[in-house]
Design a protein. Structure first.
Length: 404
């Protein structure tokens, strides 16, 4: 049997393999795959014998990275919130808009009114932009239904996107995103609703993880813990919108439940970051929301480095606080706003983003036995992927061994 059915050669690799230094550069590289799985990625002279009959692709010294991973998005929703953007420009805060019935609840109204086909159609345009920049895996959250039927419809739309496109989609149930109007003043009762939805949606195969928004304008730490306990009962991993606008101890709470990730983290303290380190949780930082909301307090990146917490970057693509559909621009924002290095940014949208989804055994680096998800770039050096603004140097995208 042939070792491989596809080979990419005359290429430079940023393997992101943990055992290699930095981003794992291989100057004279070769990647071989069979049935959509990498069988070899490394120096050309060290490649195994038996590659001859495979389909060979000459990359003409282009760079290859793992396919990009956007590990925090809200791609499926109805409507938009351009009017609220104008209000913020006039001086209204995110909290003020939310308390007036805007914010998340305005998107809830539009999403409840949308059919599944309409949700798929709207999300498809946003997903197309990510795919065009080399994204091969994306996480999509619900959270704009806040009742069973619409949450189900959002998750079904996300699953359809994975069927209709050459991309891996992971879904997160975010029922604990905001308090729905019909439960106004009774957050405990709504958390009971959410806990009831979790096993029902999981039984339908619609949920890969459970998320929540632990914040002063959303749910308390105790309420969030109730949701996470129910997720644990259903053997579902958890993620958390934590410490974005204030410090409610979200990072430590996420760590207590062994969360895949805690996301945002602008107000996280050292105790929370240390707890995440001990739990192995990934810090997902979201510069799009920080930029769009004109926040002043950046996530504690230096504490994350000190405590060796893996750092991922994501678009947080959503209609209210980060209408962003470019992971390349997200890397530039991560560097300019949060002072991440080039190597940290590249790892943040590949290796560490894969960890944030619990998928690092399958994707996120160029290593044997992982899926052959590749992004092939017309660049002279990897720093260009972080440095350039509004520029897409993608030459080709490969998903599970197939050029797409």
């Amino acid at each position: 049997m042939n070792v491989a059915d596809r080979v990419w050669h005359r290429c430079r690799l940023a393997t992101l393999a943990p055992q290699r230094e930095g981003i794992g550069v291989v100057e004279d590289g070769l990647i071989a795959a069979r049935d959509g799985v990498i069988v070899y990625a490394g120096p050309r002279p060290d490649a195994p014998a038996g590659l001859g009959p495979a389909q060979w692709t000459d990359c003409h010294d282009r760079w290859i990275t793992p396919g990009l991973v956007d590990c925090h998005t809200h791609l499926v929703y109805g409507g938009n919130r351009a009017e609220e953007f104008e209000l913020r420009l006039a001086g209204a805060s995110y909290k003020e808009i939310a308390r007036r019935g805007g914010g998340i609840l305005s998107t809830v109204r539009a999403t409840r009114a949308a059919s599944e086909d309409e949700l798929v159609s709207g999300a498809q345009r946003r997903l197309d932009a990510l795919i065009a920049e080399g994204v091969t895996t994306v996480e999509i959250k619900s959270g704009y239904g806040l009742e069973l039927a619409t949450e189900r419809r959002q998750l079904r739309a996300a699953r359809r996107l994975s069927i209709d496109n050459p991309i891996t989609v992971r879904t997160s149930f975010l029922g604990a995103h905001a308090l729905p109007p019909e439960r106004a003043g009774d957050s405990s009762a709504y958390i009971a609703d959410v806990c009831d939805m979790i096993p029902r949606l999981a039984a339908e195969g619609l949920v890969d993880a459970v998320d929540a928004f632990c914040e002063t304008i959303a749910f308390s730490a105790d309420e969030t813990a109730r949701v996470f306990a129910r997720a644990s009962d259903c053997n579902l991993p958890v993620k958390l919108h934590a410490d974005q606008l204030s410090n409610l101890g979200g990072a430590a709470l996420a760590a207590r439940f062994g969360a895949l990730s805690a996301d945002h983290l602008e107000y996280a303290d050292e105790a929370g970051i240390a707890a995440m380190s001990n739990a192995g949780s990934v810090a997902v930082v979201l510069p799009g929301a920080y930029y769009f909301l004109r926040e002043k307090q950046a996530p504690p990146i230096e504490l994350m480095r000190t405590h060796r917490v893996p750092i991922a970057l994501a678009t947080d693509s959503n209609p209210g606080s980060s209408p962003l559909t470019s992971l390349l621009l997200t890397m530039n924002m991560g560097a300019t706003l949060f002072r991440l290095t080039v190597d940290e940014c590249l790892a943040a949208v590949t290796r560490e983003a894969a960890r944030a989804l619990g998928l690092f055994d399958e994707i996120g680096s160029l290593e044997a036995s992982k899926r052959c998800d590749l992004a092939i770039w017309d660049i002279e050096r990897p720093a260009e992927l972080v440095y350039r603004i509004g520029f897409n140097p993608l030459h080709a995208r490969v998903w599970r061994g197939q050029i797409t």
